[in-house]
Design a protein around this ligand. Sequence first.
Ligand code: ADP
Length: 259
Amino acid sequence: MAKSIDVSDVNIYYGDFLAVEGVNMTIRAKSVTAFIGPSGCGKSTVLRSLNRMHEVIPGARVEGKIVVDGQDLYAPEVDPVAVRRQVGMVFQRPNPFPTMSIYENVISGLRLNSKRMNKSTADGVVEKSLRGANLWNEVKDRLNKPGAGLSGGQQQRLCIARAIAVQPDVLLMDEPCSALDPISTSAIEDLIHELKSDYTIVIVTHNMQQAARVSDETGFFNLKATGEPGRLVEFNPTKKMFSNPDESATEAYISGRFG
Ligand code: ADP
């Protein structure tokens, strides 16, 4: 089930360095939210705070509240591993496990989470996930071949299949198309559009046209100067953001006068 995410008063540190300050937003369920803004303003840092990936860096921490389905992800009793299952992630460079087959790649998250699964259940999950990632028809006759043998765009869809196989509520995508050619990019954008009927999706993109094409809502992040913390300047429906933003800094950024 797709879930909304409530972010309140979030500050994010790398050691003593306050990288992002005072983030408040509500990410709607079953919608696509894009994070845009100049490099270094904290988009990826905020994204990684949404599934507790940020804190795997030594000294890194998050202050504030991030609530999914009534549960603060940072409450002391919450297991970060369970959070990462609930909130899946797809990275900039497709990263299938190179020595594993396509089949094993898709099922790998489930094998970790539940040791025993019979063959027909596993087959069902693999087919459903690959269909969900619009990859089934291209790979159904070579499921036992290595994932590394696929094209970049296919590998990225394989990573999306792997992420959805564990049935997360939320999918985070950190510049998922930046290593892909335009045709593969377009396939991923179509897929994002389809996936939002089942998942809450948050995507970081440096490509404003992509944000405008795929997202329902957009967050614009910015920072005053290097060394200053990044801030969420504006969060609005994408249509409004790109036609009539509330903030002059957003207007300057999207019109290309800055960043
Ligand atoms: P964006 O995604 O908008 O380009 P990032 O979230 O990557 O921005 O970075 C935000 C700030 O945090 C930058 O100042 C960056 O240098 C810093 N930062 C990012 N990753 C690390 C890290 N692993 N250790 C220390 N500082 C980091």
